[in-house]
Design a protein around this ligand. Sequence first.
Ligand code: NDP
Ligand code: HSE
Length: 436
Amino acid sequence: MSAAPLKIGLLGLGTVGQGVIRVLQRNADEITRRVGRPVVVTHASARDTSKAREVSLDGITIVADPMQIAAGADVDVVVELIGGTTTARDLVLAAIARGKPVVTANKALLALKGNDVFGAAREQGVMVGFEASVAGGIPVIKAIREGLAGNRIEALAGIINGTCNYILTQMTEKGQAFADALADAQRLGYAEADPTFDVEGVDAAHKLTILASIAFGMPLNFDAVAVEGITRVTPQDIKIAQALGYRIKHLGIAKRTPDGVELRVHATLIPEDKLIAKVDGVLNTVLLQGDAVGQMGLYGRGAGGDATASAVVADIVDVARSLGSEARHHVPALAFQPDAVVELPILPLEQVSSAHYLRLNVADQAGVLKAVTGILAEFDISIEAILQKEPRGGDDATVAVITSVVTEARFVDAVSRLLALPFVREDISRFRVEHF
Ligand code: NDP
Ligand code: HSE
């Protein structure tokens, strides 16, 4: 094919940036056949331009200042793979301002500043592709925005942070310590530049913000998400959950209810025989409930250079195919026409209902179990499963229960009462339970 190449300006040459170069080089023929012309990276930026990279940079102009590319270089598409919400925002807006389509993997930017970014893109009539921002290589944005466009989407839930899933899997399957598993996830290129974003649930909340927006047609609203990470998950809880027939996973959940939209990310006990409980390592999954399609699921690698590049390159191909077409013919960024994206009431966390896992360490004395079950009964909380472990060598005894479905507010009140019992130690543990 002799058409002029599509010129890419790549901002960032880290895990994902290098993955994009690798995939574009390896699959150059296939991609050319799909687009109708070659796709080549002509410009790229990195803070350290002298650092050795794992890919060939032959023919690419490398600069230290990404703004030179975003605001000035002769490129057709700007691909932002730097991360963060300050520099990246300026770069993306600069590219949009001069009418360049943008592709980004930056979920933090979109969750926090996406309404501005998409507004600017609309004014300029340019596309912003962000498939890689959620669940790495899984084409979940395209599935929701296009494949499920005939549905009213009622709910979605998924494992949407590869680092958390990798850590929990390593702790569960290999007994690896949390810190060692996190260090491995960083070495493998899964973690964010600041890994507390992963382990404290913030990255998953960024992604859930995006998913909820395109699933329900609501504006991006990161502040509405209830955020918990995996730092409270102990080896003891993992073992007890296993003994009770559950796995602990970090989930993002978005659900329409008659009283508002539930938006939450947290560690969750899931029955071990459910498919989602078997999604391990860096793999992600997103389960969706549409009124027409029913339940469906997507599954694949949620982080890492090549997997994420798969989604970035798919966006580049989409952009290339749409160049020259009128903006009104583009798929709307947030799936719904901009004037039809509407605020929806958010269900406060206290009103969210779910089952709970509760683990108490208690002094070994008579009547403990009776007192614990008595307080739960007082709050009308049934016990679905219970496990008691005798003390070993002077340790406290352990009592763990799985409760019936109860509102957060009622459960919190019951836990306060339990904590006030003289024989209950302070190091209790509690996680929500989902049965799917
Ligand atoms: P890396 O940290 O590996 O790479 C970041 C790149 O940006 C590096 O080349 C770095 O330069 C450059 N850079 C960093 N800060 C600046 C700055 N202030 N100014 C200019 N250049 C800068 O990140 P990743 O590739 O892992 O992630 C990139 C984006 O993709 C992020 O938004 C991330 O959330 C997202 N993402 C990452 C996934 C993954 O699996 N890693 C998966 C999905 C999305 P230098 O190399 O010289 O340090
Ligand atoms: N840090 C992210 C994760 C990268 O572990 O899922 C993919 O978005």
